[in-house]
Write a protein that binds this ligand. Sequence first.
Ligand code: SAM
Length: 255
Amino acid sequence: MQSPTIKNLTANALRGGFLPVMMEKLWLRLTERNRRAEEAQSAAWCAEHAEPLDAFASALNPPAWAEAVEFDTALGKHAEEKLAAIDVDLGGGGDCRLLYFLVRHLKPQTMVETGVAAGFSSQCILSAMATNEMGHLYSSDFPYFRLERPEQYVGYLVDDDLKSRWTLHIEGDRKNLPMILAEADQIDLLHYDSDKSRSGRSTAMTLLGTRMSENSVIVMDDIHDNLFFRDFATAQSRPWRVFSSTNKYVGLIGL
Ligand SMILES: C[S@@+](CC[C@H](N)C(=O)[O-])C[C@H]1O[C@@H](n2cnc3c(N)ncnc32)[C@H](O)[C@@H]1O
């Protein structure tokens, strides 16, 4: 009998728009071969530069940081209950404390995020925007093609009453980002958490960079995966930082 994963992969591959992204992912896996060596080098660089997030954020804006920590604790409980209701592994989220904090501190008009999955980051960004009473979030995702009808789970954690500030595209960054650029004049805050390959990060930064200014702030998740963040951040004339999060490192540019 066919395994559920093979069945879902086959069914999704036959759906319009899925196959090219699936092939691209396979190609990246085969071609970015030196990943392990680069990952070790990158993790060592991150460890060398990491600073405590709470010290950074509480020095910048103590009330916003206290609010972010409280929100993150509540979101963790809410997500646990909601995810327990479906028997599907949707993976973990980005650093919600940092994202909530930045949205409350910077009050962006326009924010872009890549990588939604269950929607931890979308829920925390949209909640902070609701409290700010301003802002719009454009999100780019590609559903987990190992699952059956995976699009039903994208942003599963996002509350309905927050969705008026949200535009979600789910055809993969290659297609989604040009659509977002057609809608967003300027990007004040970017959270990158989708395709973690070097080329995925590089293509997105080149595209989205056309709508970012010297004041725009960039958050990049899982920067230990390869040396892209090190090379990109150190080539900028703006400050950059590295934070250690749960089992990973998160990079920040612009503050
Ligand atoms: C780590 S998860 C995102 C977690 C999310 N930011 C959160 O905090 O809950 C990564 C997501 O990016 C999506 N993804 C991977 N490659 C992508 C691509 N090329 N374009 C768009 N989304 C992609 C994955 O399918 C998955 O939904």
